[in-house]
Design a protein around this ligand. Structure first.
Ligand code: SF4
Length: 394
């Protein structure tokens, strides 16, 4: 499949100065020499993209040979763990190899401790116009619990400095449902965050993954994970409070002050639009194909250095799988599921097999039926994963 519609580009930078105790991403600490080697490998992966005879190289990515990209997202890990010069080398190679719109949205994820005025100015000069700051919390006790390297003052200052540096859109990430931080703590965090005036806020529930330090503490009975009811109550309270503060929850975890502040890049994931991932563990999608790179960065780097494809796996999705994914993503967005549009795309009415559930969920106040559009209510969004699991196509 050759991509003709505007595509997204994701670049994964795997390094972090320390690994947070709840993290299960493909990350590494890496010293300066590792980071240099990584940048060389990433440039190598981009060069492989540009070489049309990439059968042994990046055959899967040839779908994007003539694609036009209108969003670019540097995520991780911590992209701000690389120097401005290293990021500049990656950017130059991207711009020289791929057709990136001059008006493209360029997002960089940054940790507050890296957000000096100098670095912020450097990222702006490289063309990043949207910044996603990993605040996670706004008080020192919670930041210590999460094992973060910044303190409250750095979190607050990073938002202010990003604004001064001229980013078009400033987004912040927060984590909630922290054990031991109940009561009004979380709503207070939301109030204080909104007072800093970011354009966009992402709120993620703390998930405790097996094999992480938090997972081991939970298994040893030293960390209590929030229960389902508590999580649902926190979720609803989050959306209500942020709505009062002027942030519309347009997706399960994402809130924006204005339509134009919504993440254009993330929307591609939620709408089955094409995106190309570069770097270790990154995923790509085009048409009905999804493929992903090797996760450990040294293995990915060795593959690229040897001129081999770093792709670790690939799947071709059948219509039913694509349709179920579209339903699942619709249940996670306030705009909901457009059954007419999905039926014209797949030839199957996604509601046909789920009439009984849809009626029950409407009565329970979880779904609103507006003609052929099904919109989750706030209570429905809180149960999006469950609704998706129980959805039947036939
Ligand atoms: S900064 Fe983010 S990516 Fe890095 S270890 Fe912490 S949670 Fe993981």
């Amino acid at each position: 499949m050759v991509v003709t519609e505007a595509a997204g580009l994701y670049v994964h930078i795997p390094f972090c100065s320390a690994i947070c105790p709840y993290c299960d991403f493909a990350v590494a600490r890496g010293g300066e020499a590792d980071r240099e080697r990584f940048v060389e490998a990433l440039v190598g992966e981009i060069v492989l993209l540009g070489s049309s005879g990439g059968e042994g190289g990046t055959g899967a990515t040839r779908s994007f040979e003539s694609a036009r990209f209108d969003t670019v997202y540097f995520g991780g890990g911590t992209p701000s763990a690389l120097s401005v010069e290293q990021l500049g080398a990656i950017r130059r190679r991207l711009v020289g190899t791929l057709a990136i719109d001059p008006e493209a949205e360029w997002t960089i994820e940054v940790n507050p401790e890296d957000a000096s005025a100098e670095s912020l100015g450097g990222w702006r000069e490289l063309g990043f116009d949207r910044i996603s700051l990993g605040l996670q919390a706004l008080d020192n006790r919670a930041l210590r619990f999460l094992g973060r390297r910044h303190d409250e003052a750095a979190a607050r200052a990073s938002v202010e400095r990003a604004r001064e540096a001229g980013f078009r859109s400033v987004s912040v990430d927060l984590i909630y449902s922290l054990p031991g931080f109940e009561g009004g703590w979380w709503l207070g965090t939301l109030d204080e965050t909104a007072a800093l005036g970011p354009d966009h806020i992402s709120c993620y529930e703390l998930t405790i993954h097996d094999g992480t330090p938090f997972g081991r503490r939970r298994d040893a009975g030293r960390l209590r994970e929030a229960g389902e009811d508590e999580r649902a109550a926190n979720f609803v309270a989050t959306h209500r409070r942020l709505a009062e503060l002027g942030y519309e929850g347009y997706e399960v975890s994402n809130f924006a002050r204005r339509e134009g502040d919504r993440s254009r890049h993330n929307r591609k994931y939620w709408r089955h639009q094409p995106y190309l991932g570069l770097g270790p563990s990154s995923h790509s999608f085009a048409g009905r194909s999804r493929w992903w790179n090797v996760a450990p960065w040294r293995d990915w780097s060795a593959a690229v250095a040897g001129g081999d494809s770093p792709v670790a796996g690939r799947e071709e999705l059948a219509d039913d799988q694509l349709l179920l994914e579209a339903v699942m993503m619709g249940l996670r967005q306030r705009s909901g599921i457009d059954c007419a549009a999905l039926e014209s795309r797949f030839g199957i009415d996604p509601a046909a097999g789920a009439r009984g559930q849809i009626d029950a969920w409407e009565k329970a106040g979880w779904l609103r039926v507006r003609g052929r559009r099904l919109e989750p209510t706030l209570e429905g969004l809180a149960r999006a994963d469950r609704l998706a699991r129980e959805w039947k196509l036939r």
